[in-house]
Each structure stands twice: as structure tokens, then as C-alpha cells.
Design a protein. Structure first.
Lengths: 249, 470
């Protein structure tokens, strides 16, 4: 589904990713872990198309298409969706506006017509209830004045409505207490199926107890230095990243 | 020397020659009206069009108005189909003016309460001089600006709105001014309408002043409004500026507010090539409130200038002002908000804010708050901001699949919507929303979204608030 080859990325002239390789097949859940500053967030940001990242070498292909040639919105419509670590507040733009506009943009890209209003209502009510969110969220401006937990739940709500093919989650667990984390994890787990893949970036093993990955990759200094199954997380929890850093040095 | 002294001020001949040519038109004037007309034209001749050397006109050049020929319209013919296309769909007492002249067929004030008078000015001048003779020009005089003098010379039509004491008007009064498309080779059509609004004690009313032009209109409209409130009166004055881009619109509003009166001005402008609005509120009694809200949206080469002045002439008076500007392309905006607090006007509150959004590098805003405070126990604040769309927000929307154009449209609309909140008349809010959202692709279906969010608000969805997780 997604193939990243020898990816080199610089931010303001400083090389952050230094030859990263990663292949994600449909149905798989991948977690990327690593110390601060290793480049974890950079990877998902580059895939989503965020400004300020310069790809100096390497390729990203999604279902055979060159992702780096696609506009930000094209990537999203194709099914590459990033849940932000720090969701942006958008004063004055109601959540319902965003959801409707985004869903219709995706449907148009897929050659479907606009979603009929009653169908949209039904869908949105169902997803809200699933995320244990009040309908009043829809009337509020996107993320404005939301607590940390509300913002993250809102990111997942958008995922549930837009049904991406590759769900990317950048530190979705940061700032969440355990109950909010459970709701977020429930949302993400509900998206798991044989056609969809998940790529999550996290500092903590805690998240992986709730969203159990198939593959774990350790990113240190811009490269994946070790990959393994979910047991790798426990090893990291016990020993930290130092032993891997020494191994790769 | 003599020649210089008697020569008209450059730019005024265009108007004075039309005035001389139109003498017969004003022959039915009662003598008091004729005298005011003469005083007006004499004053204008002496003043001429304002130059940019005058501080109040520093950013708005009106000299070009003196370089074209003018005519007053001779008829007010307009089909009701055209009116329906341009008018707000709203249940109101309606007076319609076409190129400045009253159109009785298109107007409808049926069902007005006995205590309320809504008549065209021409009617009042001829048949009810006692109604307008004393009040016309009482607030503006003839030299508030050269344009007021010019209006005094030429005025012949407008709306006289009088609401008796303790009358709460059930529907808004809708004064609709339509400019017809210009005819090639003809001089520019000009009009000098008047609005006279008088509310008795504890009366309440809403007045919608709507200026709209057919595509291709090039009118010069020069309006003067006078608002006289009595104790405890409440007036909501909406002004919707949708002139065609070839039109010039200049207006001044003077408001007199005694004790316990409330005046709210909602000044929304999306049209016109050159637009200038002056709004002056005199707060003359305890607990008088003035609330001035505005939105101007300019694109191409539109020039929109708003000057407001609030005089806190008495203690315990209150003013709130909130203006937003959105400027695209090479549009220019001017906002000058002046608040004057007289000595001994203690315990007043005056708050003012002007936020502007520039959508292009070549758009321009000149904004200046002016606070002059001669009392020592007051609460005043002012703030201006000018910025561009938040690129982080643009990205956040695009990252959900929304194309860039729609994302920018959504954010622009969001910026404007703050003024629209609590507007009170949905048809106006909707008109402005559509006008601002004009750049959104049609598939966006704003109205459907609004309906949807309303329905959802009343909907029943399983609820669990965030607090439950704390």
C-alpha cells in the first residue's frame, strides 16, 4: 500500500530523515517509536504534505502513485489522513462545515455524488455517539476552546467519517488521560480492517496496549534501526533506546 | 484676485451647472425648502469637493467626482421582477426608490399602525411640512461635509420614518434604493436621498436601508440620514451596501441619543466602487447606548471608507464598536473610529475594535482609532489587528481533503461571521454570507449546511460530555 524508500528529509537545511525505508501493507498496524528528535513526526508530516519539509532524496509511493507529486488535499482524498499531535484551532469554522465539506470532497474524488443530508445526519450521529461526543460539538468551531482530550477525539471523529485507507496518528496519546485514551483507542480499533492500514507514532508503550500493532519500528537519528513485532515495545520499555543507539553506533 | 475669489472651487461646476439647469424641477418647493436648497448650493460652491489635504479625506480621493457630468433621474420605472431579484425577501414595510426617485407601485406600507408614519420625503415636504420642516438638517446642518451641503441643494426624495411613543413596530421598515444600469453616452445619474428617523419615547423599531445596483450601474448616490431618538427609544439601523462596482456611494448618518436610548448600527458593505460612510452618534443622556457593528468586503479596486465618531457628551453613556474588514485583490479600506469623551462625562464606557483581513499583497487598509478623553473616570479600550489567513488553518482543512480555494473561502467566511452573529435579521445575514462566500465553489451549498447545523442543534444524540471523563 505505502512504500517509503531511502527517504531523506531536511527541515531548514538540517537533515532529519537520513534514508528511511518502510513498507506498509493493507490490514497492518505499524507503530514507530523512538527518542525525541529522531524524526518520528517528520515522517507522517511529509506523507501528509505539510509545508517546511524538503525531501532531498528518496520516494514515497501509495498504491503505485508518487505521493510527493500530489497536492495536500489530493493525498487526503486518496485516503492518506493524518491525525495531528496538536490539532489546529479554526475559529469560526464549525465542525459540521468541515466534516461535510471534507466528506463531499472525498466523495467527489471517488466519483460519487454529494451525500444526501439525511444520510449525512445519520452517519454523523452514529459516529458522534461512538466517540461519546455531544452533538453540540458540531456547532462549535473546530477545536476552539476544546480540551486536549476533546481535540484528539475530534481528530478520530474525522477519521471515522472520512474512512481513510491509511490512518496516520502523530502522538495521538499525548495529553490524554486513561479514560480519554480508551475512547480514542476504541475509535482507532474500529477502523481496523483488512483493507486499511494504520501508522502511529508514539513515545509511549502505553498506547500500544490499547492499539496493538503488528509491527514496531524504532527510529533513531533519521533511520529505522530495528523492526519487530509487538514484543519489541516491551523490550524498549525495559531497556530504553540506549542499547539500540549503541548497537547502531 | 477678483477672478480667483469668484471662480467656483474646482470640481464643483459639474454639480452647480446641473443645479442651475434643474431650477424648474424644484419650483414646487415651499419657500423654506427653496431657501435651504439655495444655502446648500452656496455652501457647496464655497467648499468644493474635499481634497486629500483635509485629514478626514486623507485616504479617499473624491476629486474625480468633479470630472464627470451628472443628471438627476426623470423617472423611477422598474419592473417588479427586477426588484424581486434584487430585494431582500423579507416581510417589511417597504419604500422603494429607483435612481433616487420614489416608486409607489413597488412600495408597500400597508398595515402600518396609526402611531407610525412611513412616507416618502417628497410627500412630507409638500403635504406635511410640519413633520419635516423643523427636523430636516437639524442634526447635520449643511456643512458637516461638502457632501451634506450638496445633498441639501439637491435632495428631493427619501424616507421619513416616525414611530410614536411606546410603539413597538412589528416589522422592519425597508428602504430600498435601486440603481439602474447606466445608458451609454448619458451623464452619470446622481441622487441625494434623505433618511429622517424619529422615534418617540420608548418606541422600538428596525430600519433596513438597502442600496443595490443593477450590473452596469454607475450612479453617484449621496445620502444624508438623521436619527432622532427620544428617551428610552430603541432603533436597530441596518445598512446593506450592495451598489454595483461602477457606483459611488457617500453617506453620513447623525444620531441624537438622549437618556436610556439605544441605537445600533449594522453597516455591511460589499458593493460600490468608491464608498464612504460617516456615522456620528451624540450620547446626550445617562444610559444612552450606541453600538456600531460593521463589515466591509472589498475586491478588485473597490475603495471602502468608514469614519465613525461617538461623542460621549454625558456621564454614564456607553458605546461599543466592532468593525471587520476583508480586502482582496487591490481593494482599499479605511477605518477611522473616533471616540470623544467630554470633561465631566464620568463613568462612561467606550470599547472599539477593528480587525482586518488582507487576502492579497496588494490590498490595503488604513485603520486608525482615535480616543480623546477629557474625563478621568472612564473605561475605554480599542484595538486594531490586520492579518492574513492563518496558513496553519488552511493546511488543516486541506489535510482533510478540502481544496485550497474552499479552505480559504471557509476561513474568510468564518472571519466575517462574527459580525453576523446576533444580527437579528436572518435575511441580511444570509445575503452577506452568500456575498462573502461568493468565491466558494457552488458545491459547497452553504444554505444546506446551515440548515443541517440547525437541525443537529435540536437533534438528540447520545451524550457524554468531556467532564464525564475527567
Amino acid at each position: 500500500m505505502l512504500v517509503v524508500k531511502d527517504l531523506h528529509v531536511s527541515v531548514e537545511g538540517k537533515e532529519i530523515l537520513k534514508g528511511l525505508d518502510l513498507t506498509i501493507n493493507k490490514g497492518e498496524v505499524h507503530a514507530i517509536m523512538g527518542p525525541n528528535g529522531a524524526g518520528k513526526s517528520t515522517l507522517s508530516s511529509v506523507i501528509a504534505g505539510k509545508d517546511g519539509y524538503e525531501v532531498t532524496a528518496g520516494t514515497i509511493t501509495y498504491k503505485g502513485e508518487d505521493v510527493l507529486e500530489m497536492a495536500v488535499e489530493e493525498r487526503a482524498r486518496a485516503g492518506l489522513l493524518l491525525g495531528f499531535q496538536y490539532p489546529v484551532e479554526i475559529p469560526g469554522v464549525k465542525n459540521v462545515y468541515l466534516l461535510k465539506a471534507a466528506l463531499n470532497a472525498k466523495r467527489e474524488a471517488e466519483g460519487l455524488g454529494e451525500i444526501p443530508a439525511p444520510e449525512f445526519m445519520k452517519l454523523i450521529r452514529e459516529k458522534l455517539a461512538f466517540m461519546q461526543m455531544d452533538a453540540s460539538f458540531l456547532q462549535r468551531a473546530v477545536n476552539e476552546g476544546f480540551s486536549g482530550g476533546e481535540k484528539k477525539r475530534n481528530e478520530i471523529l474525522q477519521m471515522l467519517v472520512l474512512e481513510p485507507k491509511l490512518v496516520m496518528l502523530d502522538e495521538i496519546d499525548s495529553g490524554l488521560d486513561i479514560d480519554a485514551l480508551k475512547v480514542v483507542a476504541k475509535g482507532v480499533n474500529s477502523l481496523r480492517n483488512e483493507d486499511r492500514a494504520v501508522l502511529m507514532v508514539t513515545h509511549y508503550q502505553r498506547l500500544l496496549e490499547h492499539i496493538v500493532p503488528d509491527h514496531i519500528h524504532v527510529l533513531i537519528d533519521g533511520r529505522i534501526v530495528k523492526s519487530g513485532d509487538k514484543s519489541l515495545a516491551l523490550e524498549l520499555e525495559a531497556h530504553g533506546y540506549d542499547w539500540l543507539q549503541e548497537e547502531t553506533a | 484676485m477678483t477672478a480667483l475669489a469668484t471662480a467656483p472651487v474646482p470640481g464643483s461646476e459639474a454639480f452647480t451647472s446641473e443645479f442651475a439647469a434643474r431650477k424648474p424641477r424644484f419650483s414646487a418647493d415651499p419657500s423654506w425648502m427653496a431657501a435651504r436648497r439655495q444655502a446648500g448650493i452656496a455652501r457647496f460652491e464655497a467648499l468644493g469637493l474635499p481634497t486629500r489635504k483635509v485629514e478626514a479625506w486623507k485616504y479617499t480621493d473624491t476629486q474625480s467626482l468633479g470630472r464627470q457630468a451628472y443628471q438627476l433621474a426623470d423617472d423611477a420605472t422598474l419592473s417588479s421582477a427586477v426588484m424581486d431579484e434584487l430585494a431582500l425577501a423579507i416581510d417589511a414595510y417597504r419604500l422603494v426608490f429607483v435612481d433616487g426617485l420614489y416608486n409607489a407601485e413597488l412600495s408597500d406600507v400597508a398595515g402600518l399602525p396609526d402611531t407610525v408614519r412611513v412616507v416618502p420625503l417628497s410627500h412630507a415636504i409638500l403635504h406635511q411640512p410640519e413633520v419635516v420642516g423643523g427636523s430636516l438638517n437639524r442634526l447635520t446642518g449643511i456643512d458637516f461635509t461638502p457632501f451634506v451641503a450638496l445633498n441639501s441643494a439637491f435632495t428631493e426624495e427619501g424616507a421619513v420614518i416616525q414611530v410614536g411613543p411606546r410603539t413597538v413596530l412589528d416589522k422592519p421598515v425597508y428602504a430600498l434604493f435601486i440603481s439602474r444600469a447606466a445608458v451609454d453616452g448619458q451623464p452619470v445619474t446622481m441622487s441625494h436621498p434623505r433618511l429622517l428617523m424619529q422615534l418617540g419615547s420608548r418606541a422600538e423599531a428596525s430600519v433596513i436601508e438597502h442600496h443595490i445596483g443593477e450590473t452596469g450601474a454607475t450612479n453617484f448616490t449621496n445620502l444624508v440620514a438623521e436619527v432622532m431618538l427620544e428617551r428610552g427609544a430603541v432603533l436597530n439601523h441596518y445598512k446593506l451596501g450592495e451598489a454595483a462596482t461602477g457606483e459611488t456611494h457617500i453617506a453620513s448618518v447623525q444620531v441624537e441619543q438622549p437618556r436610556d436610548s439605544q441605537y445600533r448600527s449594522v453597516n455591511l458593505n460589499t458593493g460600490g466602487g468608491l464608498v464612504r460612510n460617516d456615522i456620528v452618534c451624540d450620547l446626550n443622556g445617562n444610559n444612552a447606548h450606541a453600538r456600531l457593528d460593521g463589515l466591509f468586503f472589498g475586491r478588485d479596486r473597490q475603495h471602502v471608507d468608514t469614519h465613525t465618531l461617538v461623542n460621549h457628551n454625558e456621564a454614564l453613556t456607553f458605546s461599543d464598536e466592532n468593525y471587520k474588514g476583508i480586502l482582496a485583490d487591490r481593494a482599499r479600506g479605511v477605518f477611522n473610529g473616533r471616540v470623544l469623551v467630554k470633561r465631566d462625562s464620568q463613568k462612561i464606557e467606550a470599547h472599539q475594535n477593528n480587525a482586518n483581513l488582507l487576502l492579497s499583497d496588494r490590498a490595503e487598509i488604513n485603520t486608525k482609532p482615535e480616543l480623546e478623553i477629557y474625563a478621568d473616570d472612564v473605561k475605554c479600550s480599542h484595538g486594531t489587528t490586520t492579518g492574513q489567513l492563518d496558513e496553519g488553518a488552511v493546511f488543516a482543512l486541506r489535510a482533510r481533503g478540502i481544496d485550497e480555494q474552499t479552505a480559504r473561502g471557509l476561513l474568510t467566511l468564518a472571519f466575517a461571521n462574527e459580525v453576523m452573529t446576533g444580527l437579528g435579521i436572518d435575511a441580511i445575514a444570509e445575503r452577506i454570507e452568500r456575498s462573502v462566500a461568493g468565491r466558494l465553489p457552488s458545491r459547497f451549498h452553504l444554505d444546506e449546511l446551515v440548515d443541517l447545523s440547525v437541525e443537529l442543534a435540536g437533534g438528540t444524540v447520545a451524550v457524554a460530555r468531556d467532564e464525564d471523563f475527567a
